[in-house]
Design a protein around this ligand. Structure first.
Ligand SMILES: C[S@@+](CC[C@H](N)C(=O)[O-])C[C@H]1O[C@@H](n2cnc3c(N)ncnc32)[C@H](O)[C@@H]1O
Length: 319
């Protein structure tokens, strides 16, 4: 072998090498160039059932080599050091065990933000950006008190605060570890001065009329479906963030029943839903006396958001 990372393996590194769980990867990569390591990693990821293995091998290598980028390291083998190979193998080993890429890398883009992600929070999904867009389309730049029930990483709350400088926000979650991640994310995004967090069961601890805008992406997966989900979700994301009960609607029942109390007059609510839950969640909202209820799609055209108001029925005969 020559020109690869293992040329620089010294005695201390050798003992770490022997102890590492990811040693099989390092052994397989001995003597390989970075281009060959990348091809090998892509193939292993795909063999492990990760369809985007080629893209992910690039993300993992870029993460390890940053700020040197893949193209530079391909041109200059010295940039792909023993330490870099060791770090890459450790990350790849986790990913091959189907730990979500966001948890392996420690962060996930959402909206225009880059959010820290751990096993204590749901990885923010692109689908959820439909809810952010729906709220922004509905509420202009007037000051507002935003409440996010089940804030998780803080994704929805922080995305909305980043777009509305006059808003303040409160993120509520039952999970204390999730709130620690959300609090760190508020600081990471420079929004800590307008974002507060509280532990609680949905809106039960909040005062009457305390939300001008209330958002939530509650757990909505039918309990029986959970076991059939991909390992990244089933084994590595918190069940508290996923399990919506026997029909997937448990959280909506609780949250929606409390919306007329929590919302200020004419206050807006926006709830993320599963693609087949629009009719059921609309019925719950209507039964609670909420008005101007609409179901909005995500970018893929699937029903994704139920939005409405606490207030008089003005423009929608069905509201
Ligand atoms: C689907 S995740 C959404 C996380 C984040 N808002 C997002 O969109 O990425 C649901 C969140 O609700 C929280 N949660 C579950 N049950 C709750 C309850 N009874 N009260 C408050 N939060 C709850 C979970 O801990 C989790 O963070």
């Amino acid at each position: 072998m020559s020109g690869g990372p293992f040329d620089t393996l010294v005695d201390t590194a050798k003992s770490e090498f022997d102890a590492a769980a990811h040693k099989p990867l390092l052994e397989a990569w001995q003597g390989l160039s970075l281009a060959d390591v990348r091809a090998d990693l892509s193939a292993r990821l795909m063999a492990a059932g990760i369809d985007e293995g080629a893209d992910e091998s690039r993300f993992l290598i870029n993460h390890v080599l940053a700020p040197a980028r893949l193209a530079d390291a391909l041109a200059d083998p010295a940039l792909f050091s023993w330490q870099a190979a060791d770090q890459l193998a450790a990350l790849a080993w986790s990913r091959l065990a189907r730990v979500p890429l966001s948890q392996v890398l420690g962060s996930q883009p959402f909206w225009t933000l880059d959010l820290a992600v751990t096993a204590d929070v749901l990885t923010p999904r692109a689908d959820t950006e439909a809810l952010v867009e729906a709220v922004l389309a509905e509420v202009g730049r007037v000051p507002a008190r935003l409440v996010d029930l089940g804030t998780g990483s803080g994704a929805i709350l922080l995305a909305l605060l980043s777009e509305r400088e006059s808003w303040t926000g409160l993120g509520v979650d039952l999970s204390a570890p999730a709130l620690a991640v959300a609090t760190a994310n508020a600081a990471r995004c420079g929004l800590a001065n307008r974002a507060g967090f509280a532990r609680g069961r949905w809106g039960t601890g909040l005062a009457d009329g305390s939300a001008d805008v209330l958002v939530s992406n509650p757990p909505y997966i039918v309990s029986d479906v959970l076991a059939g989900l991909e390992p990244e979700v089933r084994e590595h994301e918190p069940a508290l963030a996923l399990d919506g009960g026997i029909d997937g609607l448990d959280a909506y029942r609780e949250i929606i029943a409390d919306l007329p109390r929590l919302l200020a007059p004419d206050g807006l609510f926006a709830l993320e839903i599963g693609h087949d839950q629009g009719v059921a969640v609309t019925a719950l909202a209507r039964d609670a006396g909420l008005t101007r209820i609409r179901v909005l799609p995500d970018l893929a055209g699937h029903d994704r958001v139920v939005i409405g108001r606490r207030g008089p029925c003005t423009d929608d005969p069905d509201g």
